[in-house]
Design a binder for this molecule. Structure first.
Ligand code: GDP
Ligand code: IMO
Ligand code: MG
Length: 436
């Protein structure tokens, strides 16, 4: 029996959606444990493209799916996604359970974020503008409203009034014109509550029952470890724990029952939004990766910043998460390159350093130390087992394994389910099985 976590090893968009979809076949339940609809997980099935923002990717294989307590939920977005999936013939209503302890995003959370991002003299984080941060602020500030309260028509009205009063006071204090029609929002959310009520339950209890029945549970991370509120490149991070520790708190799942953690990493690196990026490839090299990889944000459409595989970064996120294995995606994007750079170390103020600096100021000063590896200059898109990879591609994988200290258990060479190769005998194969 195994319960496994699949999460991002870099700054998000590593291809978690594809990996979760691929491996969810042998699990019974797929669970999201943090974040919200700032996530955009793409899954291709044949010609059909699905983008999942809140509903776990396992839904496309007919699995039971759970939105855990660690998420912040925009009910309008959740309902929109349920309707889109149902219209495409995917059964969601019968399969989705939403935690009664997950927090609710309101329209004023998005406005607070807008104001905060536009403040004079402050560098914007470059958020997804979904109200994620301000909703988590209310959670930690102990004034948030949770799904259990949203769906309870006795409890919701006074809580909503208190929160609305709080926001109106704040707006006055900052001299911001408050144009919200709080009564209209209240009525809108009452309707959302009625609509979602049948799916809302104690999902920690649901998972514990599943454990007792010997079911296998897969946890789907959102964002990436370097966007984690504690371990990422603060303050240019998201507001939740995207790392493996987030599973225990964000799903109410005992850490003693987690059998393995798989990190998803691109064969290079991308980042959306602001913040230091030591191995960023500027100019033509970056443009080439962006074009070959179609690197534009799934949620916001923003061009992603592109760069070379960063060994110190993945070594760090492997340490925090305890990766058993790496899933290396988008190897095919490097197919046409003559040579490939790998950032193997950092130099800070003239000295080589071993750790990820804690301050953003230091990370922004870091100079990458590169090694150059020869490219393979042939398409890998048809490769389905490691033995068939071109020798230089295998050498590239071995190099990354040696430097990061983590095995590469699976490589992805295209967006489709079958464009995948699992390393025979790997720890990943033990945890997730071979490609279905
Ligand atoms: P996620 O947020 O981690 O699920 O990743 P996104 O869906 O935001 O971004 C990954 C993008 O890369 C999506 O458009 C995927 O369809 C695509 N993709 C995933 N794996 C591969 C791969 O191996 N090769 C190529 N070319 N594209 C891939
Ligand atoms: P998936 O799950 C990539 C980034 C934003 C911004 C920062 C904070 O698809 O990998 P937020 O809206 O969360 O307050 O923004 O985090 N970000 C992501 N980048 N992939 C994501 O999700 C992201 N979710 C948030 O661009 O820099
Ligand atoms: Mg994404």
């Amino acid at each position: 029996m195994s319960n496994v976590v699949i999460l991002g090893a870099q700054w998000g968009d590593e291809g978690k959606g594809k990996m979760v979809d691929l491996f969810s076949e042998r699990f019974d339940i797929v669970v999201r444990y943090q974040g919200g609809h700032n996530a955009g997980h793409t899954v291709f099935i044949g010609d059909r493209r699905y983008v999942l923002t809140l509903v776990p990717s396992g839904i496309l294989r007919g699995k039971q799916v759970v939105i855990g307590n660690g998420l912040v939920i925009d009910p309008a977005e959740l309902i929109r996604q349920i309707e889109t999936l149902e219209a495409a013939g995917v059964d969601v209503v019968g399969k989705l359970a939403v935690s009664n302890r997950a927090h609710v995003i309101f329209p004023f959370h998005r406005s607070v974020e807008k104001v905060s991002e536009a403040r004079e003299g402050r560098t914007a984080i470059g958020t997804t503008s979904r109200g994620i941060g301000p909703c988590y602020e209310d959670k930690i500030g102990r004034r948030g409203i949770r799904m259990a309260e949203l769906v309870d028509e006795e409890v919701f009205p006074p809580l909503f009034r208190a929160l609305a009063e709080d926001k109106a006071t704040l707006a006055r204090a900052f001299g911001i014109q408050d144009t919200f029609d709080y009564e209209a929002i209240f009525q809108e959310y009452l309707a959302y509550g009625r609509r979602l009520r049948p799916m809302v339950c104690d999902t920690a209890r649901l998972l514990h029952r599943a454990l007792a029945e010997g079911k296998q549970i897969l946890f789907e991370g959102a964002q990436g470890s370097m966007l984690d509120i504690d371990h990422g490149t603060y303050p240019f991070v998201t507001s939740s724990n995207a790392t493996a520790g987030g599973v225990a708190t964000g799903a109410g799942f005992p850490p003693t029952k987690i059998d393995g953690v798989v990190g998803v990493s691109k064969a290079y690196v991308t980042r959306v939004g602001a913040g230091a990026f030591p191995s960023e490839a500027h100019g033509e090299a970056g443009d080439r990766i962006r074009d070959a990889g179609g690197e534009y944000g799934t949620v916001t459409g923003r061009p992603r910043r592109c760069g070379w595989f960063d060994v110190p970064l993945v070594r760090y996120t492997a340490m925090i998460n305890g990766f058993d294995s790496l899933a290396l995606t988008k190897l095919d994007v490097l197919d046409g390159l003559d040579e490939i750079l790998v950032c193997v170390g950092y130099r800070l103020d003239g000295e080589e350093i071993e750790e990820m600096p804690a301050t953003h100021a230091a990370l922004a000063r870091v100079e990458p130390i590169y090694e150059r590896l020869p490219g393979w200059k042939t398409s890998t898109r048809e490769v389905r087992c490691f033995e068939d990879l071109p020798p230089n591609a295998r050498a590239y994988l071995r190099f990354l394994e040696e430097r990061t200290g983590v095995e590469i258990g699976v490589v992805s060479v295209g967006a489709e389910r079958n464009q995948t190769a699992v390393a025979a005998g790997s720890r990943l194969e033990q945890l997730l099985g071979s490609v279905p």
